[in-house]
Design a binder for this molecule. Structure first.
Ligand code: NDP
Length: 269
């Protein structure tokens, strides 16, 4: 998608993939700083380590606790995180909805679940329910987010941030009062995986966002459709985090249509 964007904007730039073991990250960053890299993206497992390797952190990286985008500003490295904001744009595109108005349930409290929960908190969503197989991780995450939910919106402060155990009956009950269900677990990545939640507990009023984009239709998304809910996969999140990175590096508006077409082709291929 970046190659397509550079071509459309007539930028003499290339996007290359570099795979590194963790111990090579620091020396590679030092070398890349001296080379004509305008910046780079970074993914697992390096997002957290990069926080300590850049010269300056933008608010987004400080708030989400990880760096996925680096700008090389004439040898000064600035770290950003476009994952959370990319997700917010994805929800606008897919459902025409703003996180700040929503009652959100997030399944998963790993890297992606944490970033999305933090973004939902920063956006001051109406309600956030965290569900994770390892409940203690969700509880830890909830404690770190509690200060964002201490004000009353429509609901009282207590009801705005919750942890629900991974229990079908309890989740089903909670879903009555949820607008947006997000799968940020890895259930659905592998062909034999079940649906993260079954159709019988999903409801037509829900918007279901699966952060997984390959396969394009996980069993959760099929279950959502079966239940009459709106459903979207994680390709839009990938697109928008990339578009925001492009804008950071180039100072130009990202050519979204071109990027989306290139991304769809790459993912399908
Ligand atoms: P992590 O390994 O950090 O976290 C995995 C999460 O999945 C944990 O919460 C884990 O729970 C849960 N999990 C794994 N297996 C099961 C299971 N069998 N039952 C219940 N829960 C389970 O991964 P990431 O957070 O980095 O990635 C999570 C998902 O987000 C992936 O599917 C990835 O594709 C997607 N993603 C999409 C992006 C996009 O741009 N669209 C960007 C980044 C990620 P526990 O804590 O109990 O182990």
């Amino acid at each position: 998608m970046h190659a397509a964007a550079f071509a459309r904007c007539k930028l003499d730039a290339r996007y290359v993939a570099v795979e590194l073991p963790p111990e090579q990250l620091a020396p590679t960053v030092t070398r890349m700083k001296a080379l004509p890299f305008a910046g780079w993206n970074c993914t697992l497992p390096h997002k957290i380590a990069l926080v300590g390797l850049v010269d300056e952190l933008a608010d987004s990286a400080r708030q989400l606790g990880g760096v996925n985008t680096v700008l090389n500003d004439r040898g000064r490295l600035v770290g950003f995180n476009t994952d959370g904001e990319g997700w917010v744009w994805a929800l606008r595109e897919e459902f025409s909805l703003d996180v700040r108005d929503l009652r959100v349930m997030i399944l998963g409290a790993g890297g992606a679940g944490r970033a999305l929960a933090k973004q939902a908190a920063l956006e001051r969503c109406e309600k956030l329910v965290l569900v994770n197989r390892t409940e203690a991780t969700a509880r830890e995450l909830a404690s770190s987010l509690a200060p964002y939910f201490d004000t009353q919106k429509l609901l009282g402060a207590d009801a705005r941030l919750k942890v629900t155990p991974w229990d079908e009956a309890l989740i089903a009950k909670e879903l009555d009062q949820i607008d947006l269900l997000v799968n940020a677990t890895s259930i659905g990545l592998k062909p034999g995986d079940p649906a993260a939640l079954p159709a019988r507990i999903l409801q037509p009023h829900l918007c279901v966002y699966d952060t997984i984009y390959r396969p394009a239709k996980t069993k959760l998304l099929s279950a959502a459709e079966e239940a009459g809910a709106r459903a979207a996969n994680g390709l839009s999140m990938l697109l928008h985090q990339g578009a925001l990175s492009f804008e950071i590096w180039t100072g130009q508006q990202a050519p979204l249509t071109v990027m989306k077409a290139a991304l769809r082709k790459a993912v399908a291929g």
